[in-house]
Design a protein around this ligand. Sequence first.
Ligand code: 1CP
Length: 341
Amino acid sequence: MNSRERFLKACRCEPVDRPPIWVMRQAGRHLPEYREFRKKHTFHEVVKAPELALEVTMQPIRRYKMDAAIIFSDILVIPEAMGQQYGFPEGGGIEMDFAVRTQADVDRLSVDGIESRLSYMSESLRLVKKELNGERALIGFSGSPWTLATYMVEGKSSKTYTHAKKMFYEDRVLFDRLMRKITQAVVRYVRLQIAAGVDAIQLFDSWGGVLAPDAFTQASAFWMKRVVDSVAGQVPVIIFSKDMSHLGDILATTGANVLGVNWNRRLSTVKNSLPSGIAVQGNLDPTVLNTNPEVVEREALRILKDMRGLPGHIFNLGHGIQPDASPENVAKLVDTVTNFK
Ligand code: 1CP
C-alpha cells in the first residue's frame, strides 16, 4: 500500500497498516529552505506562480516521509478572486483592502468568471499532482465560508470577530446574502481543484470555535454542508473546525468524511462519539514540536496507542505547526508514526 492509498483508506475508515500522517502548515515558515526562498519571492508571487508553488509544496515532501502534500496557497485567495485584496501589515496578521459591511460592499464582490482568476491554482495543482506520481496524496483546500467571512467583514485579523458576529445576529438578510456569495465561490473553487486532480479537500474552519453552538450551526455548519454536498462523494472532505470537536453531532450533519480534532480532547473519545464511517484527523498539541525528540516520540505514541484498533485515523497536529518548531522534531514525529506497528 503506498502513501496515497493509505491516506484514502483512512479517510474511508478502512483498515491500514499504520495511520497516514501529514502536518497542517507543513510547507512554510518552520522550514529554513522556505525562509530562504521567501527572501527571493514575495508570498503573493509564490502563490500565483505555479512553478514556485510547486517548489514550496514539495519542500516538506522531500524532507520528511509525509503521506500527503497540501498545495501551497492561502485561504484568502478566495476574497482576492472576488475582488477584495489581502496583504500583510508590519505588525503581523492580515489586512484586507476594505471591509464588507453593507449591501453595496457585498455587491462589489464578484463570483462570475472566478475560475479564470484562479486558473493559477489549477496549474499549480496539476504540476504537483504530476510530481507526486500517484505515490502520495494531494490535498486541496479552502477556507470555510464562515472563516472567510470573518476576514472579509472584519477587514483584518481579529480576536473578537465583533463585526462578523454582529452582522450574523443583527442583519441576517445581509449576512445570508454575503454567505451565499462566498459559498458559491468556494463551491466553484473546490470543483476546480477536483478537476485538477486533488485526492481530498480540507475546509479550514479556523474560527468556527468562536461561535455559540446554535450560531455555529447556522453561520458555519449550514454553509459547509452546501460545499460538501456540491462535491457529492467525488473526493473525501476533511473539515477542520478548530475547537469544535465537542460538537461532533453538528459537524456530522455537514456530511464531512473526516473531522479535524484539536488537542483538548482524547482522540479515541471523539472518534467513538461520532457516527461510524466518519474518520478523525489529529491531534498532537503543536507545541510538542517545540520541545525535543524524546518528548515528541512519547506524546505521539500516546495518541497512536490510544487510537490502536480504531480504523479512520489520519495523524496530524491539532492546529498548524508553529514557525519556531524544529525540523528535527518533525522528522522524529514522522518516524514515530511511520514505524508504529
Ligand atoms: O511567508 C509568510 O511569511 C506568510 C505566512 C503564511 C503562510 C506560510 C500565510 C499568511 N499563509 C501561508 C500558507 C498557508 N496558509 C497554507 C499552505 C501551507 C501548508 O499548509 O503547508 C495554508 C493551508 C494556509 C491556510 C490559512 N491561512 C489559514 C487556515 C489554517 C489555520 O492555521 O487555521 C488561515 C487562518 C490563513 C490566514 C493567514 N494567512 C497568512 C497568515 C499569517 C494568516 C493568519 C492571520 C491571522 O492570524 O488572522
